[in-house]
Design a binder for this molecule. Structure first.
Ligand SMILES: Cc1cc2nc3c(=O)[nH]c(=O)nc-3n(C[C@H](O)[C@H](O)[C@H](O)COP(=O)(O)O)c2cc1C
Ligand code: SF4
Length: 490
């Protein structure tokens, strides 16, 4: 489906009951499971615990990692960071997948306010985790069935550690489309194998600190175009970390083995973009379109894409990757897709585009369905892993109905919630306790939480979270979006 704005899309907020939503799905021929009635209390599929491979989770909700761009310039949490983590805790979700991306070294930070894990910040991260756990205990009465992880990252191509809007990319290979988006010339140096060895060390050091800070697991981030993900598509790189599947996953194997040696008590998880598509372009005023591929076929710069037609996914390599994870003893896997930088409609389906995005080139429900379908396939093939599914927030009022059906029909073990938790942190508990949803708090995918950081502001739910809505930054964000629109139109 294409359109020049989102005017032809149906806004889900307009559906007053689940029956109309289901009819809408049927009309669009979109395969998303959806229950008519919600169960509550012990009979709710979403309240069922998981006991598997020595892991105990008290229910099926997971909180996805979400950065706030609100750390100090030396990578420590601020009051806003504490507020967000406390809200993650009081949500009642029993799996906290990493809190947010935390850089393992300064030059791998995605922005000058990203959290970093180092000697100075370890105690702060411990305090952050503790604050979350305390809120969780107050909200649910128990923490024995809660698992809290820390997402470890190196931002690779999207590193911007020192100054907002001054990219300092660290790349593994030259990308024919993405290089020019961050101003990389053809002679820009690649990370050497030696540099990669140091980064492996940084991940291991970070794991030691995460263990000291009391986290149950670390996520070795392999998604969204950052360094871990870029390894998986390094087909054109020479040497030990490029070319064959074995070489492209060497980084993962080295980090897992290194972490096991130095932080043996930590569990290991991996969040992966299990499929991708080509970069899309389009400004606020236009509908997104795939970049022209003219002489770029077969496409050698993606992971989980059909190389002859890279706007389609191909799960052959992602399946090998899952086998590898299982073999390495990784028990927690979080399935995501694409990247917020070059194909946001794949990664976080939204009705309204972020300020650097484009109008959706397809019904965002298709984006939700695609991530759910891939998660279902992987879950069926790897029943021993604990699998978290992503991209549910676009479902809005019907998120609980779809989440319940997805768990009941075994499409996923856990339902991961991102944006919805920024606007409506108590949604998991409201659902499990059978309370009526608070419609005023439902995320309508306005994308301000993505647009704010693009304007150099902390991320948060500016439209629906009063603390953000009434802040000075809300005014600045509004002004910056208006200015952006004028710039785009000229
Ligand atoms: C403001 C914001 C920050 C995010 N930061 C991260 C991050 O640090 N690490 C990560 O893996 N994903 C990050 N994501 C992606 C989310 O975890 C999630 O995959 C995405 O929002 C889709 O899920 P949803 O539909 O529930 O929002 C972020 C998303 C948003 C909106
Ligand atoms: S700003 Fe709020 S309503 Fe908009 S997408 Fe983010 S969480 Fe949802």
């Amino acid at each position: 489906m294409t359109q020049s704005s989102n005017s032809s899309l149906v806004h889900l907020g307009g559906f007053r009951d689940v029956g109309s939503f289901r009819s809408h799905l049927a009309k669009l021929q979109i395969n998303i499971p959806c229950d008519d009635d919600l169960s509550s209390g012990d009979s709710s599929p979403l309240a069922q615990s998981i006991h598997r491979s020595g892991i105990h989770l008290g229910n099926r909700f997971a909180i996805q990692p979400m950065e706030g761009w609100d750390g100090t310039t030396d990578g420590r949490p601020t009051e806003l960071t504490f507020r967000r983590w406390k809200r993650f805790g009081l949500s009642g979700a029993k799996l906290i997948w990493g809190g947010e991306a935390v850089a393992v070294r300064h030059d791998g930070r995605a922005n000058p306010n990203q959290l970093a894990i180092n000697e100075r910040s370890t105690e702060d991260l411990n305090a952050l985790r503790q604050a979350l756990v305390n809120e969780h205990r107050n909200a649910t009465g128990s923490t024995t069935d809660l698992l809290v992880g820390l997402q470890l990252t190196h931002s690779g191509r999207y590193s911007q550690p020192n100054v907002q809007h001054r990219p300092e990319p660290k790349i593994l290979y030259h990308h024919p489309i993405l290089d020019r988006r961050v101003g990389i010339s053809s002679d820009y140096p690649l990370l050497t194998d030696g540099n990669i060895g140091e980064i492996v060390e940084d991940f291991c050091q970070a794991a030691v600190r995460a263990q000291a800070a009391g986290f149950d697991f670390i996520d070795i981030k392999h998604c969204h175009g950052y360094l871990g993900h870029e390894f998986l598509s390094a087909h054109t790189r020479d040497g030990a970390y490029g070319g064959s599947f074995e070489n492209r996953t060497r980084f993962l194997r080295e980090v897992v083995q290194g972490v096991r040696a130095v932080a043996p008590r930590l569990l290991i998880g991996v969040r992966v973009s299990a499929f991708d598509t080509v970069p899309f372009r389009g400004k606020m005023i236009g509908t997104g379109a795939a970049e022209g591929l003219n002489d770029l076929l077969p496409y050698r710069w993606g992971f989980g894409v059909n190389i002859e037609n890279p706007t389609e996914y191909d799960l052959r390599e992602p399946l090998l990757f899952m086998h590898l994870l299982a073999r390495l003893g990784v028990k927690l896997v979080n399935i995501s897709a694409g990247s917020p930088y070059y194909n946001p409609h794949i990664q976080r389906p939204a009705f309204y585009p972020p300020s650097d995005g484009y109008f959706p080139p397809e019904d965002p429900l298709l984006g939700v369905a695609r991530q759910m379908e891939v998660t279902r396939i992987l879950k069926q093939l790897f029943p021993e892993l604990i699998i978290v599914g992503s991209a549910y927030s676009y479902l809005q009022d019907f998120l609980p109905h779809v989440a319940q059906a997805a768990v009941r029909e075994d499409w996923t073990d856990c339902v991961g919630l991102g944006r919805m938790i920024l606007s409506y942190p108590n949604l998991p508990l409201d659902v499990i306790k059978g309370r009526k949803l608070q419609r005023k708090k439902i995320c309508r995918t306005f994308s301000d939480c993505t647009s704010a950081p693009r304007a150099g502001l902390p991320s948060g739910c500016y439209p629906l979270d009063l603390e953000y809505r009434q802040s000075e930054n809300a005014v600045i964000l509004k002004r910056s979006k208006a200015q952006k629109k004028i710039d785009d139109e000229h």
